[in-house]
Design a protein around this ligand. Structure first.
Ligand SMILES: [Zn+2]
Length: 344
């Protein structure tokens, strides 16, 4: 891998890490606000319980005051009783006294109800105060943890930024601005290639691009997503080994119908011979030869994987047909191949 590209691979790793740390740090004020709002609601429960108790006491005083003034009235009525002139007046006085006594009973009833309610409110207040105390301690702990984590993130972010600075200094300027441009629009500017695919967009690389990339000659961009491509041989060892061991089991010569070639698909013969992979294709409608590709040091199963992706196996008994019919398949053979397709 070119050394500039090696620096960029490392740079991307550190850039991603720095962005992650930054987003954690950005979230800190929100976390603290959430913690504070938990505490605020615990405080409010205490305040509400205190206010309800206070209102109950005021209500009690109001009833006591009423009772006092009713007693004063009764006292006044009794004082008037010595000066009554007749039975009518005396009866009216007694009725006033009896009415006032009835009202006093109602107020006394209310006072008793209020005292019962006050007991329940006092218990609720004690509970809310205890909860506030527990929550305050818990919230202090959470705040402390959040701040300590943010300090650690801040330190890590500073280290990452120093590293980013160093790495950027080691990359050629044009390449660096390409990296920045792609990173801005795509998130990540680099994509690793595995099994001949760009791992960011999953598109299969053209064989030439793939072999240049593996030869570490140039810094290449994905045709599809535009990301800078890199190739790590160790990450492809398994695939290569699997391919090599598969040679013994794989066919060395195969006729296929390839829907992606020609105007309405093509009949193509794929072969591996002396380390070279060959594909020769004939238009499925006219039988005319439309493509011939030879790739050195390759297996057709991997180098022409794109063509083989939706291809369908055909049965052809006779060997070497492609050598005999270099330009055009004869009509009877074309007919025979077409016959093997579904809906033909
Ligand atoms: Zn891509």
């Amino acid at each position: 891998m070119p050394s500039d590209l090696q620096h960029l691979v490392e740079l991307q790793r550190v850039d991603v890490e720095a962005a992650r740390l930054q987003s954690l740090l950005d979230a800190i004020p929100k976390t603290l606000a959430r913690i504070e709002s938990q505490l605020a609601s615990a405080r409010k429960r205490v305040e509400d319980a205190r206010a309800a108790l206070k209102a109950g006491e005021a209500e009690k005083r109001r009833h006591e005051h009423e009772i006092q003034s009713l007693n004063d009235q009764i006292h006044k009525f009794r004082g008037q009783s010595s000066g009554v002139k007749n039975n009518e007046q005396y009866k009216a006085l007694l009725s006033e006294i009896s009415h006032a006594e009835g009202e006093i009973a109602v107020h006394e009833e209310k006072i008793i109800e209020g005292m019962l309610a006050a007991d329940a409110l006092a218990a609720r207040l004690a509970e809310a105060e205890a909860a506030l105390q527990t929550e305050s301690a818990e919230i202090e702990r959470q705040k402390h943890d959040a701040l300590r984590e943010s300090e650690a993130d801040q330190t890590a972010l500073e280290a990452a930024q120093t590293r980013i600075h160093e790495l950027r200094a080691g990359v050629e300027e044009n390449l660096l601005s390409t990296y920045d441009r792609i990173r801005k629009s795509r998130g990540n500017a680099l994509a690793e290639v595995r099994e001949q695919r760009c791992t960011a967009c999953q598109v299969l690389l053209r064989p030439q691009v793939y072999s240049n990339l593996r030869a570490s000659r140039d810094i290449l961009q994905c045709d599809s997503c535009g990301r800078l491509l890199y190739y790590v041989p160790e990450n492809n060892v398994v695939a290569v080994a699997a391919n090599t061991s598969a040679i013994a089991h794989q066919a060395e010569h195969e006729w296929m119908f390839v829907p992606s070639l020609g105007s309405s698909g093509a009949f193509a013969v794929f072969s591996n011979h002396k380390g070279n992979a060959t594909m020769k294709a004939y238009d499925a409608v006219t039988g005319e030869a439309i493509a011939r590709r030879v790739e050195k040091n390759a297996l057709y199963q991997s180098i022409f994987a794109a063509e083989l992706q939706n291809a369908r196996n055909l049965f052809v008994d006779e060997a070497g047909l492609e050598d005999r019919y270099k330009e055009q398949l004869p009509p009877e053979l074309l007919e025979e191949l077409r016959h093997q397709l579904p809906n033909s």
